[in-house]
Design a protein around this ligand. Structure first.
Ligand code: FES
Length: 360
């Protein structure tokens, strides 16, 4: 950060700010502020998170790494000086993005990290600031910020500066309401290009699907598409879900709007809403039972079967699986009528009961 590029000190910082301002400008003239249903708490969280990350957390981590490096490994400082930018830039970006993929994925699969990341998914509309919307503590543990400090210490500062600019374009673009990829899907000449682009970098459609409410709309995949800059990690680790459409609804499957102070300052501040995972008294209890549940299904309708056993709307998913590795199962009813749905969660033909529960 703050590197001299093209003879201009701190040009990377100005460019990163410029990219954000560019997206703000386009969204504002596109009528975003008139249409937005955001409340003041949303703006406080997103702006506060952006300012804290940019002005305190990132500089603190980078300075901490420089201090530790200089104290314990002074001979390693600037060892990368003299290496080509063509080597350092991909090295910085790919390692950064791989670390961020796993951190983001872990934030969906482990309860404590999920609580720090959950506010990111409480946003019920996309927009330029959503990419910064996380609990303050979330960024302290973010491994790729530490990696940024390390590679700067080793002498890769210019690669970091250019990499940050490229990352910002992709990440803010993926969260923005400016769906730059949409024309590609509609035009048959442009379509092959987007098929290639989306296999490399994150497009708005790919990332909006991650913010969609639930898989029920057959577009969204809140438990997939974890990539930040590159989609290659999702493809490599089996979490990619490509789509040419955008979700109609964004946010958590079961909306709970915590006060911004709890969402932003958890675990130091807790939610007063007992239904919120951020409240002190909240527990996720097992709601499954040995007995199957009979429900009336409608032919052609989609249903999301709860696999984690924690939903309060058994046998269907209500989003309680977030913060675990278990995902719901999407299925379409083949006929209208009563069906015996598994609720012990052990059926081999789930969502339907195969009498496995009788063995217990
Ligand atoms: S609540 Fe979604 S899988 Fe159980």
């Amino acid at each position: 950060m703050g590197t001299k590029l093209l003879g201009i000190p701190n040009i990377d910082v100005y460019l990163v700010m410029g990219i954000l301002l560019f997206f703000i400008f386009i969204e504002v003239i596109g009528g975003y502020l008139h249409q937005t249903k955001r409340k003041s708490g949303d703006w406080i969280q997103e702006l506060g998170s952006f300012l804290l990350l940019s002005l305190a957390t990132k500089p603190f981590i980078v300075l901490a790494v420089l201090f530790l490096g200089n104290t314990f490994f002074p001979q390693a400082q600037y060892v990368l000086n003299g290496y080509s930018l063509w080597l350092l830039l991909p090295l910085y970006l790919f390692v950064d993005d791989l670390l961020q993929y796993w951190y983001h994925r872990s934030a969906h699969e482990y309860p404590f990290l999920w609580k720090l990341h959950r506010t990111h998914h409480q946003a019920e509309e996309m927009g330029f600031f959503v990419s910064y919307r996380n609990a303050a503590v979330y960024y302290l543990f973010m491994p790729n910020i530490w990696w940024m400090g390390l590679i700067s210490f080793l002498g890769g500062g210019i690669a970091v500066s250019i990499g940050l600019i490229l990352k910002q374009i992709v990440i803010i673009g993926a969260h923005s309401t400016i769906k730059w990829d949409k024309p590609f899907y509609k035009n048959k000449f442009l379509s092959p290009f987007i098929s290639l682009i989306e296999r490399i970098i994150i497009t708005p459609a790919f990332h909006h699907a991650h913010h969609g409410k639930s898989k029920l709309d057959t577009v969204s995949d809140p438990n997939g598409n974890f990539g930040n800059m590159f989609s290659i990690w999702d493809q490599l680790f089996g979490t990619a879900s490509f789509t040419r459409q955008f979700p109609k609804e964004y946010g958590l499957q079961t909306p709970v709007q915590d006060h911004w102070s709890a969402a932003y300052l958890y675990p130091f501040v807790h939610s007063k809403d007992e239904k919120s995972e951020l409240s002190k008294s909240f527990t996720k209890s097992n709601t499954s039972s040995l007995e199957p549940i009979f429900v009336n299904l409608i032919e052609g309708e989609n249903y999301l079967w709860c696999k984690c056993g924690k939903s309060k709307s058994q046998p269907f998913c209500d989003g309680s699986h977030h913060g675990s590795k278990i995902k719901p199962i999407l299925f379409q009813a083949k006929r209208t009528g009563r069906s015996k749905i598994c609720n012990c969660k052990k059926s081999k033909i789930g969502p339907f009961c195969d009498n496995t529960h009788l063995k217990f």
